[in-house]
Design a protein around this ligand. Sequence first.
Ligand code: ACM
Length: 262
Amino acid sequence: MVKVGYFQFAPVFGKKEENLDTVLSALKDIDADLIVLPELPFTGYGFSSREELLAFAEEPEESGTVFELVKLCRAHGFHIVTGFAEKAGEKCYNSSLLLGPSGIEGCYRKLHLFDREKTYFDPGDLPLDVFDMNGVSIGMMVCFDWIFPEVARTLALRGADILCHPANLVLSYCQQTMLSRCTENLVYAVTANRTGSENHSFGTLDFTGTSQIAAPGGRIIHRSGKEIEEVYVIEVDILQARNKFITERNDVLADRRPGFYL
Ligand code: ACM
């Protein structure tokens, strides 16, 4: 059994230290194995230009934010999956990091950039892969990756037990669609979305909250409200994500016919 959860809140744009304090104090007494945070929870989401993004992005290995989160992981013996504005040389990625007691244990760079993100982030350049967390296989995807079923499928084929899904959702279809991702791949999915709004010169962004944990088969274990701040943790049976039979004769991964698909 594994205790998985998320923290849904409203990051304040550009206030890295304030947002870090919010996260550290929300997680300080949590009993969990894995907590998922939203996409870009420390910087905020809506950059007006690449120059503005570059002013906030950090190399994970040099980041005081990562240092504090790893310290928290060590103190509690848990892992965190968090969105992160990642600088890597001249590039800038909308990334997700797996952090644990031993430091940075995994990195995924968002493959499918949403709308204006294309004007300031570089598209991800790492293969979809899974990371081991004490015997549990962790797959990471970021927000708009939800609309490409290939992402969840590839992670499931690589052996993911849990899809960790930091998000800053502005459309309303994702949460329902993630239930299908859990049905067709028989995995758990933790979608950690943010709440609140950001007002920028280019417009207002309203985020949809309703973070959720879904079980293999598409059952909603828990879904938060649209506006509330919430830490939610639940114990799940990882073995349920390892049985891919949907009938006695149908294994949803082994029955695929890849020779016939694009
Ligand atoms: C999104 O990908 N943040 C909508």
